[in-house]
Design a protein around this ligand. Structure first.
Ligand SMILES: C[S@@+](CC[C@H](N)C(=O)[O-])C[C@H]1O[C@@H](n2cnc3c(N)ncnc32)[C@H](O)[C@@H]1O
Length: 257
């Protein structure tokens, strides 16, 4: 895996992007952003020695390589049979490791494109002797399109996805109609999508988009936003937002039977 170096870690997602397809079109073709959902910019970041060691020692056990073929989930989890939850964008994996520990019967397939984050989660897996996480260091959109069988997931976690604040970048948000339909199709009946964000306009978009998906129903129909499920810890990222006076919104939708 190559360490990406396109933008610095310090830039908020979206503040470095072309304003329109024309801004960086070189050959008259539309910019790739306008062909498929690309919800991330690969950030630069240093992989620490501990993370590099975790890659070398634990990578072969816990990394699931991306291949555009259906994944045998039971085999990927070393024969562990259990409900599978997909996490999209785990960052440094703090919440992921916690949740895997409090829900030991569940298998977590976790996608992240930020290499130091992948190393950090591998390190936590080693330190906390976690056995129910597998990591795919690849774009979750491809993983859903090519590796996962529709109707199989027990849940999807999308915690604090990149907010893409600028209006012209809103289309890069993960939670948008076409992608949500895809996620819902990959859930088994009764499966859930749990999103959390600290950016109110994105929370409102999530409520609107998830609420409009006919395959889903809101588990909090009266309030729209759900109480924070007990398994989701307060992360550093979230605490930072709370200190800045931001609210945090959880949304939990279930697939209709
Ligand atoms: C704002 S961070 C939040 C990280 C973490 N969930 C948290 O709560 O701290 C969003 C993360 O999602 C990742 N991401 C965005 N789109 C992704 C995709 N399509 N596939 C995999 N990871 C993605 C980014 O690399 C980034 O690390």
């Amino acid at each position: 895996m190559n360490i990406p170096d396109t933008v610095s870690n310090d830039l908020p997602p979206g503040d470095d992007l072309p304003a329109s397809p024309e801004d960086d079109a070189t050959d008259g073709k539309p910019h790739p952003l306008h062909r498929r959902l690309k919800s991330f910019v690969k950030r630069a970041g240093r992989t620490t020695d501990g993370q590099a060691r975790a890659f070398a020692e634990l990578g072969p056990l816990f990394l699931v390589p991306y291949t555009p073929e259906r994944l045998d989930l039971t085999a990927a989890f070393g024969g562990r049979v259990g409900p599978t939850v997909l996490e999209i964008g785990f960052g440094m994996g703090e919440a992921t490791a916690h949740i895997a520990t409090v829900l030991p019967e569940t298998n977590f397939l976790c996608c992240e494109v930020h290499e130091p984050g992948v190393g950090a989660l591998l390190k936590r897996i080693g330190e906390q002797s976690i056995s129910n996480i597998r990591i795919c260091a690849h774009d979750a959109v491809d993983v859903i399109d090519h590796m996962l069988q529709p109707g199989t997931l027990a849940g999807v976690h999308v915690f604090f996805p990149d907010p893409w604040h600028k209006k012209r970048h809103n289309k890069r948000r993960l939670i948008q109609p076409e992608f949500v339909t895809k996620l819902a199709q990959h859930l088994r009946p009764g499966g859930y999508i749990h999103c959390a964000t600290d950016w109110q306009p994105y929370a409102e978009q999530m409520l609107e988009v998830l609420g409009a998906e006919p395959l889903l129903r809101n588990t909090a129909p009266d309030t729209g936003y759900a109480p924070k499920p007990a398994y989701r810890p307060l992360t550093k990222f979230e605490n930072r937002g709370l200190k800045l006076g931001h609210g945090v919104w959880d949304l939990v939708f279930e697939k209709r039977a």
